[in-house]
Design a protein around this ligand. Structure first.
Ligand code: FDA
Length: 305
């Protein structure tokens, strides 16, 4: 109930305006978000890479409805990738892209062109782009754009959300040689007819999907903070005879940081998803929806200001 309410609120302009003008402490938002500028993001990236972690950078912003804003976001990604190239991080720092930030809400061809610009800049920086998966209404379009991009940029990463009833089908289609696939539970509201809404069902689906990806020929990117699923991933790696370089774990910046470092210290590839920018509201609210304890932390920090 609370999760659904927070997810509805994450899409409400009214609540967003109230939240953005609320006396948010910088610390609360900064627990999950690396800062507002490219410099902030590069500073966090440099620290994480220095600790043996990998990074995927996300420029906050989504559901854009006009071309000038979409164009500005695409340019921002290109500038970020030029800075990453200068820093010489290579594939240790890639980018994650929400297609609704570069035009998907109003023009698929235009979105593809923007995504191509970003993939071209990523190639120059010797790194990759992963296409985040958003609301269930966007899945078909995102997969179409992914397949177009992979003609020229075969290392473009895909995302499968385990809560979708069709998740196993997507994994089977995407588990081919060279295919980078992130598996996550799914962070958006979706109807029962399309997605599992029961947590246990989602977890079971995640395990079934993981078996397909780990047993397949692609490069699985297992995005979860769930301790049970992380353990199962380790067991599946042994069963499927996968060496640590043939898959990676992924977690969000600010969530289970000690576990991120523990996995890396054991020789696993551990990528941290680092979001930054001014448009923090939707991202922040989805993190609240995932864990009510975060909401308590947030409310306490506002109350004790
Ligand atoms: P779950 O939410 O069940 O949490 C398991 C445990 O992890 C909790 O008990 C707690 O200990 C810890 N935890 C989880 N969330 C926490 C939080 N917010 N704060 C503190 N502790 C927390 N979704 C999507 O729809 N499209 C996408 O493209 C992506 N991309 C993506 C990339 C990466 C790298 C990650 C890690 C996640 C995503 N997601 C996503 C989000 C994903 O779908 C999901 O909502 C979150 O990862 C939370 O699910 P968990 O698997 O962590 O399990």
């Amino acid at each position: 109930m609370l999760r659904q309410a927070l997810l509805v609120a994450s899409r409400s302009d009214g609540v967003r305006k109230v939240m953005e003008t609320a006396p948010l402490t910088r610390g609360v938002v900064r627990r999950f978000i690396a800062g507002e500028t490219i410099d902030d993001a590069l500073c966090v990236t440099d620290d994480l890479i220095g600790e043996g972690l990998l990074v995927s950078l996300d420029v906050l912003g989504e559901d854009v409805h006009d071309a000038s804003q979409a164009d500005a976001t695409a340019k921002h990604y290109v500038e970020l990738l030029e800075r990453l190239a200068g820093a010489g991080f290579g594939a240790r720092a890639e980018v994650s892209l929400k297609l609704t930030a570069v035009g998907q809400a109003f023009d698929e061809d235009y979105t593809l062109e923007n995504a191509r610009r970003i993939c071209t800049a990523a190639r120059s920086a010797s790194t990759t782009v992963t296409l985040d998966m958003e609301e269930h209404e966007r899945v078909d379009s995102t997969l179409r754009i992914l397949h177009e991009l992979r003609r020229d940029f075969p290392d473009t990463g895909a995302v499968v959300q385990a809560y979708l009833r069709r998740a196993e089908e997507y994994c089977a289609e995407l588990a081919y040689e060279g295919s980078r696939v992130r598996l996550c539970k799914g962070a958006y509201a979706a109807p029962e007819s399309i997605a599992f809404t029961d947590k246990d069902e989602v977890d079971k689906s995640y395990v079934r999907c993981m078996k397909i990806l780990m047993g397949g020929k692609g490069y699985p990117m297992l995005a979860t903070h769930d301790p049970r699923l992380v353990d199962i991933a380790g067991a599946l790696a042994v069963l499927s005879d996968r060496d640590p370089g043939s898959f990676e774990y992924q977690m969000l910046y600010g969530i289970r940081p000690q576990e991120q470092r523990r996995l890396a210290s054991q020789g696993a590839q551990m990528r941290v998803y680092v979001a930054y920018g001014e448009e923090w509201y939707g991202y922040f609210m989805r993190r609240m929806a995932e864990r009510p304890a975060n909401l308590g932390f947030f409310l306490r920090s506002v109350a004790t200001r």
